[in-house]
Design a protein around this ligand. Structure first.
Ligand SMILES: *Cc1c(COP(=O)(O)O)cnc(C)c1O
Length: 397
């Protein structure tokens, strides 16, 4: 009848543009780092997850190159067939040592680790309770698993308890899933309370340490360590792609857990093993995390100083036409919530003109639009000062 079954795509895109929700990619030229080149412009980078600056570390690069020369570029098959190298095992042992768990299993990405683990651990007769601000991969995993998936209000333990009270008995297994550091807010989950509730209601706990590993804890093990929960029974998931500067994900926990996943997680079994280069780079990064606590200290001192200075600026800009509110943060992720997607995009654009790269994060990724600033160990004081000056300027507009 001459109708176009793909016509809705253009309509959808037009609607995204109109709502200021349209997104596109922008290439970085050359090396990742605290300063980057983008389309000829030099920018101070406040938009990366490379917290420790390891993505451009020569030791990781050397390890990756050596692995390519030894094993080739691809791992050529799934881990259970031709895709397993001793290097994978070394990385898993190193992650388990960093996490203080029996064992670990590496996946192709953090996203896949969450999807694969959740879908393997729970199914139709089961219940998943997740924080409403959980990362997309936790939400997708819950949906794909076929379990009954319910959200509790952000960090609200009374609500979590209420849901457990009402629903727990009607289900076989129960999994409580949460980000440890909330990726788009920067606050931490109340892990000790979650673990207590889980113990009381016979529930498993999966905690996503994507932004915790290498960043939090005296040893850099993550938020589990930082919050005093090391050694308590839980399932730790994370990524090799943020503070560890490589690519891939992992699940760390008991030997029974990792053994089970090797046998029962389609997202691990039916996909090609991590590339030798990514594996070797991540392994080198885990060693750096353990041996160079000064990187973490530099990151934390940047975050503390920046938050203090930022609050000072916000306090003296109470009457500014653009109202920005700093969200509570206990991490190097610092967010400024604004009145609308349009205002936040304009602010990010203005900062970019001043040589500052700060991401504008909008719905549907987050409930409210915000500037999302991520700090790095390799930011120097003048970088932070430049951003503070930039923010003062947009507040004064
Ligand atoms: C980035 C992120 C992931 C996904 O990790 P990738 O390795 O990038 O796929 C999972 N969970 C959270 C909380 C994240 O921020």
């Amino acid at each position: 009848m001459g109708t176009n079954p793909y016509g809705w795509l253009d309509k959808s895109l037009t609607a995204l543009h109109r709502a200021h929700r349209y997104r596109s990619v922008q290439p970085i030229d050359g090396m990742a780092g605290a300063m980057v080149q983008r389309q000829g412009q030099t920018l101070v980078n406040f938009a990366s997850n490379d917290y420790l600056g390891l993505a451009s570390d020569s030791r990781l690069a050397a390890a990756a190159i050596a692995a390519i020369q030894t094993y080739g570029t691809g791992s050529t098959g799934s881990r259970l067939l031709s895709g397993h190298r001793q290097l994978h095992r070394e990385l898993e042992v190193a992650i388990a040592a960093l996490k203080g768990t029996d064992d670990a299993i590496v996946f192709s990405s953090g996203y896949l680790a969450n999807l694969g683990a959740i879908a393997a651990l729970v199914g139709n007769p089961d219940l998943v309770l997740g924080d409403e601000y959980n990362h997309s991969s936790l939400r997708s995993g819950s949906r794909v698993s076929g379990a009954t998936a319910l959200d509790y209000r952000h960090g609200d333990m009374a609500h979590l308890k209420e849901l457990l009270e009402i629903h727990r008995d009607r289900h076989r297994r129960c999994l409580i899933a949460t980000d440890s550091v909330f990726s788009m807010d920067g606050d931490l989950c109340p892990l000790p309370d979650i673990l207590d509730l889980a113990a009381a209601y016979d529930a498993m706990v999966l905690v996503d340490e994507a932004h915790g590993t290498g960043v939090l804890g005296a040893r850099g093990s993550g938020a589990v360590e930082h919050l005093g929960c090391a050694g308590r029974p839980l399932i730790a998931v994370g990524t090799l792609s943020k503070a560890l500067g490589s690519l891939g994900g992992y699940v760390a926990g008991s030997a029974a857990l990792t053994d089970f996943l090797r046998n029962r997680a389609p997202g691990w079994i039916y996909t090609t093993g991590l590339s030798p280069a990514d594996t070797a780079a991540a392994l080198a990064a885990v060693h750096v995390v353990r041996q160079e606590p000064q990187r973490r200290q530099a990151l934390w001192s940047n975050a503390t100083i920046f938050r203090q200075q930022l609050d000072r600026i916000l306090a003296s800009a109470k009457a500014a036409s653009l109202q920005l509110r700093r969200l509570p943060s206990e991490s190097p992720i610092i967010c400024l919530e604004g009145p609308s997607a349009e205002a936040i995009v304009a602010a990010s654009q203005r900062l970019q003109e001043m040589g500052l790269w700060v991401a504008a994060v909008r719905p549907p990724t987050v409930p409210t639009s915000r500037l999302r600033i991520t700090l790095m160990a390799t930011h120097q004081r003048p970088h932070l000062e430049q951003l503070l000056v930039g923010l003062e300027e947009i507040l004064a507009l």
